[in-house]
Design a protein around this ligand. Structure first.
Ligand code: NAP
Length: 292
């Protein structure tokens, strides 16, 4: 990744709030660029750069943690009451900082069902699930917070350690077929790299407050699973029709099959010029295969 025109340097200090799957990929990469990075989790970690933040407890992070912070990335989903954990507990603290940027990882669930049509940032969100209404409210709260917020809408996230390979290995794979159903997805490295690309070129690119980060090729779940079995040189189990599989799926698993949409990345990849590392599931899964 080019660094010479970067607006990021060792003068920058990042707080990654919620350092789970996406957060830890981002933290690793941004450290490689020389930035200081502190990360949060809900339980104590041995890592000296990690601190405890749990919006459900009364304990708030020590003030020293916020000293010199220039950038914040929240990777924390809404809490069980629908509140944004970061804004609920830390909004005033964050607003007292001279922040340059506050990123928020959201979901493309806010678009609802488009019956397989493409959907982009200019389309009005039309959430159907309760959790997606909640998410849209959290986005709104970030936008209205007075912080320099930028929202990233993400489809299904996968990467090494979280892909269909892991589901196959853990015998948790279900091969379900539903006519015309597609899913969009994104490799975790592209979330990190796209955000870093936008930050590094912040001074020359138009600032967009809401951006989808998705790959080029939404497709059926069967295609993805079949490709994994092909790489493993194993036969794929016979697909089960969604109507038959439905009764055995948890309500949350069922809810993912109710929505059918193709998420457009034109704003990110055409208007803003980001080049995906993994344009499609085949390239992304090869990376997972080689790193599993
Ligand atoms: N997974 C997907 O396919 C997907 C798709 C679209 C959007 N998203 C959204 O994108 C964001 C990042 O996803 P991810 O899969 O990388 O997340 P993840 O691995 O599940 O990590 C979530 C992080 O949030 C922390 N957290 C959760 N509740 C918290 C609370 N009440 N107070 C403080 N910290 C809390 C967790 O702490 P611990 O480390 O202590 O567990 C964890 O570090 C999330 O908002 C997610 O909903 C995910």
């Amino acid at each position: 990744m080019k660094n010479h025109a970067s607006s990021l340097s060792n003068k920058n200090k990042f707080l990654i709030l919620g350092c789970g799957f996406s957060g830890s990929f981002f933290a690793k990469k941004i450290r490689e660029l020389g930035c200081t990075v502190l990360t949060s989790s809900r339980s104590e970690k041995k890592d000296p750069d990690s601190f405890v933040f749990n919006s459900e407890s009364d304990m708030v992070p020590n003030k020293k943690i916020f000293d010199g912070v220039t950038h914040v990335l929240s990777c924390i989903p809404p809490d069980k009451n629908g509140n944004d954990p970061v804004l609920k507990r830390l909004k005033n603290q964050l607003k007292s900082l001279p922040l340059e940027w506050a990123g928020y990882l959201s979901t493309t669930g806010v678009y609802g069902d488009t019956e397989g049509d493409w959907v982009s940032e200019i389309d009005k969100p039309n959430p159907i699930q309760k959790r997606s209404h909640t998410r849209l409210n959290c986005e709104k709260e970030w936008i209205e917070s007075g912080l320099p917020a930028q929202i990233f809408r993400l489809p299904g996230i996968y990467g090494p350690g979280r892909s269909s390979f892991d589901a196959i290995k853990n015998k948790k794979i279900r091969v379900i077929s539903k006519k015309d159903q597609v899913f969009s997805r994104i490799h975790v490295s592209d979330i990190t790299n796209a955000i870093i690309y936008l930050l590094q070129n912040k001074n020359s690119l138009k600032f967009c407050q809401i951006i989808n980060i998705a790959d080029d090729e939404p497709c059926s779940q069967i295609e993805v699973i079949q490709y994994c079995y092909d790489l493993l040189d194993l036969p794929m189990p016979k697909p089960i029709l969604f109507e038959d599989a439905k009764k055995e799926l948890s309500p949350i698993a069922q809810s993912f099959w109710i929505e059918n949409r193709r998420v457009s990345n034109k704003l990110l990849c055409e208007t803003l010029g980001y080049k995906l590392i993994y344009k499609n599931y085949k390239l992304g899964l090869k990376n997972c295969y080689l790193n599993s």
